[in-house]
Design a protein around this ligand. Structure first.
Ligand SMILES: [Zn+2]
Ligand SMILES: [Zn+2]
Length: 109
């Protein structure tokens, strides 16, 4: 298989930076156009190399699948923190990742 330079660059970026949107990935890869970035992200998702984290209905970010933590998202300021939640099966369902929402320390002051 032909090595795809953009896929490699995206994986490298996500290793350095936790959680990036497609727009942020695009900004970091000036030689790739937006649709190329979008297509590569879709392919990496399919290959399970990266994971999608849905912040809200307008904002989706991505991270490497090699991360093994879960996320806490603040409903007020949108802050995303890495947290560890034990993955037990819940009512017979296998749990891959968990996202919990609430209010971060700053916002609850
Ligand atoms: Zn907050
Ligand atoms: Zn994460």
């Amino acid at each position: 298989m032909r090595t795809n330079i953009h896929k490699e660059q995206i994986m490298k970026l996500l290793k350095k930076k936790h959680l990036l949107s497609i727009a942020q990935i695009h900004k970091a890869l000036p030689d790739a156009d937006y649709s190329t970035v979008f297509r590569n992200v879709e392919q990496l998702l399919k290959a399970k190399e990266i994971k999608r984290v849905v912040v809200d209905n307008k904002s989706v970010v991505y991270e490497s699948s090699h991360e093994s933590h879960d996320h806490f998202i603040c409903n007020d300021c949108g802050l995303i923190e890495s947290i560890d939640i034990p993955h037990v099966s819940i009512q017979g369902r296998k749990v891959d990742d968990v996202t919990v929402r609430g209010m971060c320390d700053e916002c609850s002051k």
